[in-house]
Ligand binder design. Structure first.
Ligand SMILES: *[C@@H]1O[C@H](CO)[C@@H](O)[C@H](O)[C@H]1NC(C)=O
Ligand SMILES: *[C@@H]1O[C@H](CO)[C@@H](O)[C@H](O)[C@H]1NC(C)=O
Ligand SMILES: *[C@@H]1O[C@H](CO)[C@@H](O)[C@H](O)[C@H]1NC(C)=O
Length: 392
């Protein structure tokens, strides 16, 4: 299982989303992130219109045209009418993957509403839809909803989580939807895993086990986005041990690429996660939260920072202009500074100073002003502590 397959449909979508890129919305940003929730819907609108039931075809067409010309009022009216009609039609008229098509209309409506300055209404619309779904774990529903359709629901929940943050809704809502997306996906992966009668990989198959366990309809990159968003939320809201757990899951998935010269971008992502882990492990609030001794946590912080640097070194030793490794450049200084800070905690002030200086030199080299300012401040602090120590 590789990264998400790129279909010609997606190409169309990115072009479409660019057409309204002057207006920054969560939907727009998400298309870039990787979960192309609107994928099926939009592509079908433009390629094979006949795929849609004739009762809604003309409303959809008119709505998409108005959207293209950024007449969002008009677009909303047409697509809303299509959505209302769509729900009254028997499910059989949609053919294969009916829920993918229905949610495609719903998402398009929500997107247009957001563009039309009604983000909260768009949020409520999608939230109500997910809130009123049939029990997805029941046998009957389970057999009715395909894997791709379930993944679509997770993507919608993820989107709701991001919207909750962007539009300053109560933090609980953000947590609810980001968690919903992760739990839904993991549940489905486990279920497939349990009932799987997949043949064992033949000789020469080198794919690691945890990758084989992902069903076809869960793109690895989508699962990563879901886990990372929830981890980032927990990190931001001081649920540090939960953030660490999620980051570890992300790393388990990325581990498949370690040592692979053709996966440098993915390695840099792993280095970023590891650098984040080292920051999380050294948070002062964690010992109480995780009930683990400070020494063990400091060790976790140190080994994470070292692993991040090791990965970055591998990337630097295998340069490839065709792969985007900018994340490694930015992470090097952070991981190095983290390692320095860990050394100040351990009382190794000389080592700390050297590491800060290395981090600073790199930050200057890549011209990262934020890092330069931050590391300079830390360096001054170390020198101050050291001078004080020497005078005593
Ligand atoms: C799938 O099954 C294997 C073996 O039973 C287990 O080790 C693994 O953790 C399972 N994966 C998931 C995602 O539940
Ligand atoms: C998290 O903790 C930091 C430091 O203790 C505090 O400044 C911040 O306000 C906290 N954030 C939240 C969302 O609780
Ligand atoms: C690392 O942490 C920062 C700050 O919480 C976050 O914005 C970023 O997405 C994280 N990166 C990864 C790859 O987890």
């Amino acid at each position: 299982m590789g990264l998400r397959p790129s279909t010609s449909g997606r190409h169309n979508i990115s072009q479409l989303s660019q057409s309204s890129s002057r207006i920054s919305t969560v939907f727009g940003a998400l298309l870039a992130v990787g979960i192309a929730t609107t994928g099926y819907g939009l592509y079908q609108f433009y390629s094979t219109f006949t795929l849609w039931p004739k009762e809604i075809r003309s409303d959809l067409r008119a709505g998409m045209k108005a959207k293209h010309y950024e007449d969002f009022d008009l677009s909303e009216r047409y697509i809303r009418r299509a959505w209302e009609t769509a729900q009254t039609l028997p499910i059989a008229v949609y053919g294969s993957d009916p829920h993918l098509k229905l949610t495609g209309i719903l998402i398009t409506l929500a997107e247009v509403m957001e563009l039309n300055g009604k983000p909260h209404e768009a949020y409520e619309l999608m939230g109500n839809y997910l809130g009123n779904l049939p029990p997805l774990d029941d046998e009957v529903t389970y057999n009715e909803w395909s894997g791709a359709e379930r993944m679509r629901l997770a993507a919608m929940a993820h989107k709701l989580g991001l919207m909750a943050e962007s539009y300053s809704r109560p933090q609980k809502e953000e947590e609810k939807w980001l968690t919903w997306a992760v739990e839904r996906t993991l549940k489905d992966i486990r279920r497939v895993n349990e009932t799987s009668d997949r043949p064992a990989p033949g000789p020469g198959a080198s794919q690691p086990l945890h990758e084989l366990e992902l069903p076809d309809w869960v793109a690895r990159s989508d699962l990563l986005v879901l886990l990372e968003s929830l981890g980032e939320y927990h990190a931001r809201t001081n649920k540090t041990s939960l953030a660490i757990t999620l980051n570890n899951q992300v790393l388990t998935i990325l581990q498949a690429d370690f040592g692979d010269r053709t996966k440098l971008k993915s390695l840099c992502r792993a280095a970023q996660v590891l650098s984040n882990q080292s920051e999380l492990y050294s948070r002062p609030s964690l010992p109480k939260e995780g009930k683990v001794s400070s020494d063990v946590l400091l060790q976790g912080a140190e080994s994470s920072a070292l692993s991040a640097l090791k990965i970055i070194a591998f990337v630097q030793e295998n340069p490839d202009p065709n792969q985007d490794t900018s994340a490694c450049e930015a992470t090097f200084g952070v991981a190095m500074a983290n390692l320095a800070t860990i050394n100040t905690i351990k009382g190794n002030m000389d080592m700390a100073q050297k590491l800060y200086e290395t981090a600073l030199k790199h930050a200057v080299k890549i011209g990262n002003k934020e890092q330069i300012g931050h590391i300079r401040g830390l360096l001054v602090e170390v020198e101050r502590v050291r001078d004080k120590g020497e005078k005593q």
